[in-house]
Write a protein that binds this ligand. Structure first.
Ligand code: ZN
Length: 58
């Protein structure tokens, strides 16, 4: 999936590759509800800068 978003490195809107990744949080956290957090990972196709943000509503 691709979308045009602002890039902090390019300082303008550029095409980004967008994917969703599940990151495992600390294993010490026994609350399984929070054991896997979805992150929205975007990679700038111009400069290669990768940004990940936690997704709250997925
Ligand atoms: Zn960029």
């Amino acid at each position: 999936m691709e979308s045009v978003e602002a890039c902090e490195q390019c300082l303008r809107e550029t095409p980004h590759q967008v994917s969703i990744e599940l990151h495992t949080e600390s294993p010490k956290n026994t609350n399984s509800e929070f054991s896997h957090e979805p992150y929205r990972v975007t990679t700038c196709l111009e400069c290669g800068e990768t940004t990940s943000q936690r997704v709250n509503n997925a």
